[in-house]
Design a protein around this ligand. Structure first.
Ligand SMILES: [Fe+2]
Length: 585
């Protein structure tokens, strides 16, 4: 039984294929079309997934679409009556969604009339919940999805048991924790889609001195209606102007309309423009925003734990990328185990929708755990060799060597320990927005100056944004104040004070690190690299940042080589090949 999940015409367009209850491949369209958060129809991602599974389109039995335009229809209609622009937007969305079978057939040059697959529309947040619960190792768990908006809801919670999920409640438009975070992110002058994580990094530099105002911006009472929170709507405009994101063109990065109102500026002072220098006031506002998000998010989780009496929780939705809040779950709630889908944002919906069909609709038992994130394209030795040969690197004086694993690990670890910046390209590309040791740039965590060097030479990003540590899983407790696994870099823990000076580069200003715990089982090669670095230095940690420079993470070896050439990376490992620049270049 083959189920194709497709997240189309929505941010982070993606595809996934589940065969007999086992995920075979999953990838976001941005990795192919090189447009960050691309939102059109994921034709290339779908073609890749079927190729990886060895299937033709005719062999797909079910297609799962993680959106149901008919969910909360009456609420939508009532808004549409008040807002003609919103009604027009909804009509366009409906037309696009109804065209998915045709777009799918077109991607394969097939006749849509011959399509024998059954199409399912899965509500946005149920697909988020499914992405986390059905990929988790838990037999029973509490479930929470929180994001900006999907199918007119922003939050949904419930419980999962075996192959079933039960939904207990939802927060609907216009109330949304994701839109709250996005609105203040815009107010602080970060206007691009996906900039929220920048503000989360900035928050560590401030004090939450405006927390009282933020308690008015998001109101969270211990009300009898469970988890409900409400936005103080006077601070926002989205309930008046319409909730939809806009994609200028299908394949372009999505854009979000202005969300905050004059009311927010009246209360907090003038909004910052992107050109304005960041002042302490802005840092304090970011801290206040983060503090209020944590109060509400952790408060919802506490209630969920009390009601469900479960010790495990599965999280998804864009808010579940707030690793700082996630890291506090163990102290602030009764939950003892947490699973966060690696593509917790809308990219993950294709996987969630496919598993929803398998378990919730077809009632099949569980047989899969997503314990690693390597579900994307992989390239053979010959493909890598050919990319190197046609790159002209040898002619430019680069040394190119093909090495056996022990020697490769030792050479790579030595380069890192010597302060070199290493591109590290191995195996299948990661699923989700984090590089987790297959499309990573790796550097020495012991050097405090490494953050600045990386920013100057490669990443060109804001100085206040932290870099992340990858640590051998078995050493987690030695360096961090918590040891619960964080395989997908979705939790931030305090670095033990005595260890902070050992790994200053990926330790954030507040003493935390957004860590990736690396096991031999999940990624033997990355584990071997960090082990080799530990053998040389005594430190079982490397600094890990995504292999890119203001673009989607590299996917093909050619893109890795281009990024290597364009930036001032010192060395590049592609599979078994080690490439180093000529001395003095
Ligand atoms: Fe979502």
């Amino acid at each position: 039984m083959n189920i194709l999940g497709i997240n189309a015409y929505h941010g982070n367009a993606s595809a996934a294929i589940v065969c007999d209850g086992i995920l075979v491949a999953a990838v976001e369209e941005e990795r192919f079309n090189r447009v960050k958060y691309a939102a059109g129809f994921p034709a290339q991602a779908t073609r890749y997934c079927l190729k990886e599974a060895g299937l033709t389109l005719a062999e797909v039995d079910h297609v799962a679409i993680p959106r149901n335009p008919y969910a909360r229809l009456w609420t939508k209609v009532s808004y549409a009556l008040r807002m003609p622009s919103f009604a027009r937007e909804r009509a366009k969305v409906l037309v696009k969604f109804q065209g998915i079978p045709e777009a799918l057939a077109q991607a394969f040059d097939a006749d849509p009339k011959k399509n024998r697959a059954k199409f399912h529309r899965i509500e946005h947040h149920q697909a988020h919940l499914a992405s986390s619960f059905y990929c988790s190792p838990f037999e029973c768990a509490a479930l929470l999805s929180a994001d900006g908006l999907g199918d007119f809801a922003s939050t949904m919670w419930g419980t999962g048991s075996g192959s079933r999920m039960a939904i207990d409640g939802a927060v609907t438009f216009p109330h949304s924790l994701g839109l709250f975070y996005s609105a203040v992110t815009q107010y602080l002058g970060f206007l691009k889609f996906g900039d929220e994580y920048k503000v989360m990094g900035l928050a560590a530099y401030g004090q939450p001195e405006q927390l009282e105002v933020f308690r008015d911006i998001v109101r969270f009472e211990s009300a009898s209606d469970g988890n409900a929170f409400k936005l103080g709507l006077g601070y926002f405009v989205h309930h008046r102007t319409g909730p939809e994101m806009s994609w200028a063109e299908a394949d372009k990065t999505p854009a979000l309309g202005k969300l905050f109102s004059g009311g927010m500026e009246e209360k907090l002072g003038p909004a910052r423009t992107p050109e304005q220098t960041l002042a302490q006031r802005h840092r304090n506002l970011a801290a206040s925003l983060q503090a209020r998000l944590e109060e509400v998010y952790l408060g919802m989780l506490r209630k969920l734990a009390e009601r469900s009496r479960l010790k495990a929780v599965c999280l998804a939705g864009g808010v579940a990328f707030n690793c700082v809040a996630n890291g506090k779950i163990f102290d602030a709630t009764p939950f003892e185990q947490v699973y966060i889908h690696p593509a917790a944002g809308d990219g993950g919906l294709s996987v969630g929708a496919a598993f929803y069909v398998w378990h919730q609709i077809l009632d099949k038992p569980r047989s899969f755990v997503m314990d690693h994130a390597y579900w994307g394209p992989e390239y053979s030795r010959e493909e890598i060799r050919s990319a190197i040969d046609s790159s002209g690197l040898a002619q430019k004086g680069c040394a190119i060597a093909e090495l056996k694993e022990p020697e490769l690990m030792k050479s790579a670890a030595t380069l890192i320990a010597d302060g070199k910046i290493l591109g590290w390209f191995q195996g299948r590309a990661e699923w989700g927005p984090r590089a987790l040791g297959n499309r990573s740039i790796v550097a020495d965590p012991r050097r405090p100056e490494m953050k600045e060097i990386l920013n100057q030479r490669i990443k060109h990003r804001e100085v206040f944004r932290p870099f992340a540590p990858s640590i051998l899983a078995e050493a987690t407790a030695d360096y961090f104040e918590k040891s619960h696994p964080s395989p997908f870099m979705t939790l931030a823990y305090g670095v033990r004070p005595a260890q902070r000076e050992k790994i200053p580069a990926p330790t954030h200003v507040d003493g935390t690190g957004r860590l990736q715990t690396v096991t031999r089982e999940a990624n033997p090669r990355y584990h071997a690299l960090i082990s080799a670095f530990r053998d040389l230095t005594g430190v079982p940690v490397v600094l890990n940042t995504s292999f890119n420079d203001n673009e989607p993470i590299v996917c093909r070896p050619e893109e890795a080589i281009e990024c290597f050439q364009r930036t001032q990376m010192d060395a590049l490992v592609l599979g078994d090949f080690l490439i180093t620049r000529p001395a003095g270049s």
